[in-house]
Every structure is written in C-alpha cells, then in structure tokens.
Design a protein around this ligand. Structure first.
Ligand code: HEC
Ligand code: HEC
Ligand code: HEC
Ligand code: HEC
Length: 270
C-alpha cells in the first residue's frame, strides 16, 4: 500500500514537473534542468555535453578562453562579436545619461554569446573537450501566453536601455522632491507582494524585498541584462499562484514577478 502511494506520488510529481517544463523550467531551482542547462534547453535542440556537464557551456575550471571580454568569469563559450547601437532616450530629462561606447558592457556581452542569434549556443571552449555544437538561437517559439516570440536580440535600440550608469540616471531623475527611481541599496519587490493589493507609492515601505539589491546586480555601476535576469535561476521570482493555475506559468529568470509589473516597479517609482 505504502509502495503504491509512493509510486502515485512519484507519478504526480513527474506530471507536475513536466507541465512546468513545458512552460520553461521551475524558477529558483538552479541552473540544472533550467533553460540554461543547454543539455536540456529547447527540448534537445542543442547538442548536449559528452559528460552531461551543465556549467561547461559558460564556465570551465581551467584554460578558460583568453578573451577581451570583461568580466569573463572563467568563460568557456565563443564570444559574441556583434556591435549594437544603444537605446535612444525618449525622455528629454534623460539627455545627460550617457551610454558606454559598447552598450553591451559587462555581463550583457556574455548573454549575447548565445542570445545574439549568430553565435552557436551549444559550442563550448577548449577545456576538457569541445563538443562540436554549432546550433545558433534562430528559431521562434511559443511563449506562456501562446504568442510567437524570439529569444535572440539583434537591436538594442528597441530593448530596455542597458550600458549606462544607474548613478547617472539617479542624478537625472531624482531631482528635488521629484523621485522617479528607487535607490540602488534597495532589493527587488518580493514574490506576491503586489498580488491583491491596491498599489501606490505609499505602500512601498510596507512591502518585503529580496536581499539581492539593485546595486548587487549592477556591473561597475552599469545597468546590464543581469540587472533584471538571474542567469543561474537561483534567487529569481516565482510566478503568482493564479498565473500558474491559469496554465500561464513562466520563467524569464527575473528578479521580481511579472504580475503587477513588480519587476518594473522594483526600480521605477511610477
Ligand atoms: C550558453 C548559452 C547561453 C548564455 C550564455 C545565456 N543564455 Fe539565456 N538562454 C539560453 C538558451 C538555450 C535558452 C532557452 C531558449 C531555447 O530553448 O532556445 C535561454 C533562455 C533564456 C531566457 C528565458 C526565455 C524564455 O522565453 O523564457 C532568458 C530570460 C535568458 N535566457 C536570459 C539570459 C541572460 C540575461 C543571460 C546573461 C546574463 C543569458 N541568458 C545567457 C542560452 C544562454
Ligand atoms: C548560460 C550560462 C551560464 C551557466 C550555464 C552557468 N553560468 Fe555562472 N555565470 C554566467 C554569467 C553570465 C555570469 C556573470 C554574470 C552574473 O553573475 O550574473 C556568471 C557568473 C558566475 C560566477 C561568479 C559571479 C556570481 O554570480 O557568483 C560563479 C561563481 C558562477 N557563475 C558559477 C556557476 C556554476 C557553478 C555553474 C554551474 C552549476 C554556472 N555558473 C552555470 C553564466 C552561466
Ligand atoms: C529592465 C529589465 C530587463 C533588462 C535590462 C533585460 N531584460 Fe530580458 N526580459 C525582461 C522581462 C520583464 C522579460 C519578460 C518578457 C516580457 O515581460 O515581455 C524579458 C524577457 C527576455 C527573454 C525572453 C524572450 C522575450 O523577449 O520575451 C530573453 C531571451 C531576454 N529577456 C534576454 C535578455 C537579454 C539578453 C538582455 C540584455 C541584452 C535583457 N534580456 C535585458 C526584462 C529585462
Ligand atoms: C534594475 C532597474 C530597472 C528595472 C528592473 C526596470 N527599469 Fe526601466 N529604466 C531603469 C533606469 C535606471 C532607466 C533610465 C532612467 C529613467 O528613464 O527612469 C530606465 C529607463 C526606462 C525607460 C526609458 C525612458 C526613456 O526616456 O526612454 C522605460 C520606458 C522603462 N525604463 C520602462 C521599464 C519597464 C516597463 C520595466 C519592466 C519591464 C523596467 N523599466 C524595468 C531601470 C530599470
């Protein structure tokens, strides 16, 4: 009887896991098994590693690729060589916020090693073995809302601005009593904090926040892809129960939830 129950529970958990797997992967459960585990990403679209290593597609303990990439944390993946123009500010108040010569400064260029649509996702460097992968991220896919989306970025002028200093933005936007940006020593809005509440700036003080602060995610003060996304799927947000129950689960590796735009309100006072 006990055995049967265990088997039933095992089946139930497999079913639960596979439904989440369809939606992407379970948030906050680490790199292994996530969309950043290239051995399983895209349902086997990419060539797996011979030893089933996970970190190897991005890091290696020895003989990391010598590269001009900064930062390159023991980087083990072909470089992205794309050069993209920065975003163009819409708000005149932002005129003094200057972009770095390379808007992909910091981890952004590491992300683009796979998300540029031209560098093979499943290639990995010289250490141990080269697995001979050669598949670029070029296919469209169906997201949690059944829309056709692409996961590669080819134009930074139409993506959220990156490659500028958060401090410059604070100087431009927080003038006198006009406070438009959250100070970087604050965390991201915690899971389910905005669900079912009437949100206005006055309740900010009563919300709970992640221990990962905005400052922790800036690279040398610069806002990058990694200021919104947690590449290791370890401390990111979990979608609200109602979203998951409606069959619209997601895992965009975000530091705060999509629901009520908690991710956006983590930085913007709007
Ligand atoms: C080694 C390659 C690689 C690197 C480096 C990489 N990614 Fe990914 N990423 C992938 C793959 C593969 C997927 C799953 C997409 C697919 O199946 O084609 C993915 C998925 C994602 C998704 C989820 C997309 C969705 O629709 O749910 C996000 C968000 C993301 N990556 C952001 C980033 C960010 C930000 C960085 C840098 C901090 C980064 N990635 C670095 C390969 C990579
Ligand atoms: C898809 C690519 C990718 C995979 C897979 C990956 N990492 Fe990373 N890792 C990154 C990127 C990009 C950075 C730098 C930016 C950041 O930390 O957001 C990084 C940074 C790090 C750092 C230094 C800074 C930090 O955030 O702690 C460590 C340590 C690290 N990774 C360990 C690991 C380990 C261990 C694994 C395997 C279990 C792993 N990573 C898998 C992309 C990856
Ligand atoms: C200001 C926050 C922010 C920054 C910076 C950011 N993203 Fe995203 N990203 C998001 C959000 C939020 C989503 C979820 C989709 C949505 O709401 O449209 C997302 C979705 C994605 C997806 C899934 C496909 C899609 O378009 O929906 C990928 C892949 C991705 N981001 C990669 C990146 C990469 C690579 C960078 C840097 C070049 C980056 N992101 C910078 C917030 C950000
Ligand atoms: C990590 C902090 C951070 C997050 C998260 C974030 N932003 Fe931003 N965003 C900024 C900063 C800093 C600026 C530049 C200063 C400004 O315009 O307030 C900016 C600029 C913008 C701009 C451009 C304004 C212009 O003049 O062109 C828009 C629009 C915007 N963000 C919307 C969003 C939305 C929507 C989200 C959620 C999907 C989001 N942001 C998430 C920090 C963030």
């Amino acid at each position: 009887m006990m055995k049967k129950l265990v088997i039933l529970l095992a089946i139930a958990s497999i079913t639960a896991d596979s439904s989440l797997a369809l939606a992407g992967s379970t948030p906050k459960t680490g790199v292994n098994g996530s969309m950043h585990d290239i051995n399983v990403a895209g349902g086997g679209t990419y060539k797996a590693d011979q030893f089933q290593r996970v970190c190897v597609f991005c890091h290696t303990p020895h003989n990391a690729l010598p590269s001009g990439l900064a930062p390159a944390p023991l980087w083990n993946h072909a470089q992205s060589t794309v050069n993209l123009d920065p975003y163009v500010w819409a708000s005149p108040a932002n005129a003094t916020i200057i972009f770095n010569a390379d808007p992909l400064i910091g981890p952004s260029r590491l992300c683009m090693c796979c998300h540029d649509g031209v560098t093979a996702v499943d290639s990995h460097g010289s250490a141990g073995s080269f697995n001979g992968g050669n598949k670029e991220m070029t296919t469209h896919y169906t997201d949690a809302l059944s829309n056709d989306v692409k996961r590669y970025i080819t134009d930074c002028t139409v993506t959220h601005p990156i490659g500028f200093k958060y401090a410059d933005a604070l100087a431009a936007r927080n003038v006198g009593t006009d406070t438009e940006l959250v100070l970087p020593n604050n965390g991201y809005i915690g899971d389910n904090q905005l669900v079912g509440v009437t949100f206005n700036s006055n309740i900010r003080g009563s919300l709970t926040y992640s221990t990962k602060t905005i400052a922790n995610t800036l690279y040398g003060g610069y806002l990058t892809c990694a200021s919104c996304h947690d590449v290791h799927n370890s401390v990111n947000s979990v979608p609200a129960a109602a979203t998951v129950a409606a069959g619209k689960s997601y895992n965009y590796f975000l530091y705060a939830q999509e629901e009520d735009s908690a991710i956006c309100l983590s930085c913007h006072i709007k």
